[in-house]
Ligand binder design. Structure first.
Ligand code: ADP
Ligand code: MG
Length: 718
């Protein structure tokens, strides 16, 4: 046993301890909890590699190896009281067990279970391997529906082997709640449970000896348990409520550490450099406001106030503006840009594609026609001579507002005095690019905009370093888009409908899914369909567009569609972002079940931009996806759809394969921990504000570096 971690030791060691087995490279650990698992009771050289496979290298890792679920024996029903139609949890001994082949070749594992009140047969169709898991004499906890099949029969949804033959439940330390641990080949969850429980008292004693890394006042405000207690509750709860209390503390910890990193990033971008305190000069903003042909929505007003306060403050603004397609982000951005320009600064608007850049430049030109503000377009399409001219205008300060693609952050573009950068469709730019964009200007403000609504919990996790504004209201007068779900057998009728719309002068999109792993296969499918469609409708002007096309060709096709020279645009999901063709009124999505709801929402947003009725038709195969798609068809509210997507598919899937950077939480649940997350952010920001380097919080600094080694480097480099 080593002495508990001292202050000096904690400050000294920012690197996590080096752990290896049986060699001399092992360094004395800062805490006995960071010693290798080998030192635990019941872990010999044989088991250590198995634990390693589960990612458990140190005693601390074992403590944090949380059950992924609990079997709750506190609500058991006596077997004698079971009746057909019930859904129940029972506990009993295995009287007999074996595999039963059926005539159809299905193999069923069956076991008869007995308690003091009676016996019941349990059956697991198609799971003969259970023969190796469940043995005569085992004490089982089971839950599932009771059916009638030659008498009462339970088909367990879940089961746990509580104890082996001759053992009683208390033997492995479990009470009435049985934790079930993620296990691995060669190490069952029961063995793990025993291992953890055999060591738990000793490990918890050591946890108690250490100072809690999270400051006491924070723990008190959030009302979470001390670490040792939480770990006790997670591993050895006497009720599910207790297990949840423990989880909550550990979830807070996870969220809090991540928010500390975000707070640090924020501190570096917002506080460490002087910003610009823009004045309310209003000689551009006011007239612009007066000449708008519509009144601002309440959401726009609210967001403009938030942005206005940021810009007026001497700190740098670093804000995310989330708003559904059509919620009116461009106008908001314009107000902010005009504020910068009337203060004598330049503003830049950066977008992901050239078409979008041109579209925006035109919009701005139109909206600002009567104001003395110059708008300059900068894209990679400019010839050398034009590029020179444009760069000169930007460098001299003649260009007030510059609209461009990522050409803007290319070398050679020097602004005279850039005061504000606005990034549209920010999810198309990676985190690194975002940081580069923030650095385009030494002390200017940054506003990033996203038309992909995501639930607030996810926004706080991914963009915790930004302040967040939300446009959660649409301008009035938009026509609803009619959304229909159709089976594959209706495809001919759907295409007929497309043809009719085209005959009326409208245009249509037909979209095929593209799964990155099999891009070629999908592409072939889209290309084949395209040819078939052309065969079916030879008089329609069709074009195919996909992600593997050279950018120029893509642009050309999009332009042709925008100009009405193409009736039907067949595409993979490359059209997702930003294209605005008001005459396009039909969106047909093939294999809709393969898209996330948020992606479908983006696609649907491509229609409904003109004055005609618009339609979104989802063609799906397989009933399994019907529920999800019905949710989608029932609402046009992007935030509601994103929430549903989070609930139904989990955070990882929300953005499809493209999205990365979302941490895998072990305890936190983005669906239910929003309050905890907001609190974690508040506490983290407060600490970093007072103590940016965490110099006065050595335990925190230390805990961060062991958990997020890579990212915690920021604290060291400072
Ligand atoms: P976003 O970029 O959020 O998708 P836009 O800024 O392009 O949306 O706005 C969509 C359309 O709605 C534009 O034609 C814009 O002029 C119009 N619009 C914006 N705000 C309002 C409003 N308050 N009332 C009516 N129309 C508005
Ligand atoms: Mg927009």
């Amino acid at each position: 046993m080593q002495s508990p971690r001292g202050r000096g030791a904690a400050m000294r060691s920012i690197n996590p301890p080096v752990v290896s087995y049986g060699s001399s490279t092992y360094q004395p650990a800062i805490s006995s909890l960071d010693r290798p698992v080998q030192f635990l009771k019941g872990v010999g050289p044989g088991r250590a590699p198995l634990l390693q496979k589960l990612g458990l290298l140190t005693a601390r890792d074992v403590l944090y190896h949380a059950p992924h679920r609990y079997e709750d024996a506190s609500t058991i029903t006596h077997i004698g009281a079971l009746a057909t139609g019930m859904d129940a949890t029972i506990i009993g001994r295995v009287v007999s067990a074996g595999v039963l082949p059926t005539r159809k070749g299905l193999r069923i594992f069956q076991a008869v279970i007995r308690d003091d009140t009676g016996m019941i047969e349990c059956a697991w169709p198609g799971q003969p391997y259970l023969e190796r898991v469940i043995h005569k004499g085992d004490l089982l906890l089971l839950s599932g529906p009771v059916k009638f099949f030659h008498g009462r029969q339970m088909q367990p949804r879940e089961f746990t082997v509580v104890a082996g033959e001759g053992e009683t439940p208390g033997d492995d330390g479990a009470g009435f709640i049985f934790p079930v641990y993620p296990a691995t080949e060669g190490l069952t969850y029961r063995q793990l449970r025993k291992l953890i429980h055999d060591n738990l008292d000793e490990l918890l004693r050591r946890v108690r000896e250490e100072e809690d890394a999270i400051p006491a006042d924070v723990l008190k405000r959030i009302e979470v348990e001390p670490l040792w207690k939480a770990l006790d509750h997670v591993h050895r709860p006497t009720s599910l409520a207790e297990a949840e209390q423990g989880r909550r503390r550990l979830a807070f910890e996870e969220l809090f550490y991540l928010q500390l990193l975000h707070a640090r990033t924020r501190h570096r971008t917002v506080a460490e450099r002087a910003g610009i305190a823009f004045q309310r000069k209003d000689f551009l903003v006011k007239p612009f406001h007066r000449q708008l042909p519509f009144t601002l929505t309440n959401a726009q007003k609210k967001v403009l106030k938030e942005i206005g306060e940021d810009m007026a403050s001497p700190k740098r603004m670093n804000r995310l503006l989330q708003g559904d397609v059509g919620s009116g982000k461009t106008v908001v951005a314009l107000f902010a840009m005009l504020r910068a320009v009337e203060n004598g600064y330049q503003a830049a608007l950066m977008v992901p594609t050239e078409i979008l850049a041109e579209q925006h430049a035109r919009t701005l030109q139109r909206l600002l026609a009567d104001l003395p503000v110059s708008i300059t377009l900068l894209t990679g399409r400019l010839g050398t001579k034009q590029w020179k001219e444009v760069s000169y205008r930007i460098a001299s300060g003649d260009a007030d507002i510059v609209v461009g693609t990522h050409a803007l952050i290319q070398e050679g573009v020097q602004f005279h005095n850039l005061g504000l950068v606005v990034v549209d469709e920010q999810h198309r730019f990676g985190v690194k690019q975002r940081l580069t964009i923030q650095d385009m200007s030494q002390n200017g403000d940054t506003l990033v905009m996203s038309a992909t609504p995501i639930p607030r919990s996810l926004a706080l996790t991914l963009y915790g370093d930004l302040d967040i504004s939300v446009l959660d209201e649409r301008p009035p007068g938009r026509r609803p888009i009619k959304t229909a779900l159709r089976m594959e057998s209706s495809r001919p009728r759907v295409f007929k409908f497309v043809e009719e719309e085209v005959r009326k002068g409208r245009q249509a999109y037909i979209v095929y899914p593209l799964v990155e792993e099999s891009e070629k296969v999908d592409l072939k499918a889209a290309a084949a369909e395209f040819e078939q469609l052309q065969g079916l409708f030879p008089h329609l002007r069709m074009a195919l567009i996909h992600g593997q096309m050279p950018g120029e060709e893509k642009d050309r096709t999009m332009r042709a569609f925008g100009a009405g020279e193409v009736d039907v645009l067949v595409s993979t999901t490359v059209i997702e972002v930003g294209i605005d063709v008001p005459n396009a009124t039909v969106m047909v999505i093939e294999h809709a079940e393969r898209f996330g709801l948020s992606q479908l929402h983006q696609l649907r947003g491509r229609v409904g931009r003109g004055s005609e009725d618009s339609f979104c038709i989802l063609i799906f195969g397989g009933q399994g996806s019907l529920e999800r798609l019905k949710v989608f068809a029932s609402t046009e509210d992007g935030f509601a759809i994103a929430e549903a997507d989070l609930r139904l598919r989990g955070a990882g899937d929300l953005f499809g394969a493209r999205q990365s950077g979302l941490p895998a939480f072990r305890f936190a649940d983005l669906e239910k921990d929003l309050n905890l997350l907001s609190a974690a952010r508040g506490e983290a920001r407060a600490i970093v504000e007072r103590d940016p380097e965490l110099a006065n919080h050595p335990q925190l600094r230390d805990a961060l570096s062991t958990r997020y080694e890579e990212r915690a480097r920021m604290f060291r480099v400072g």
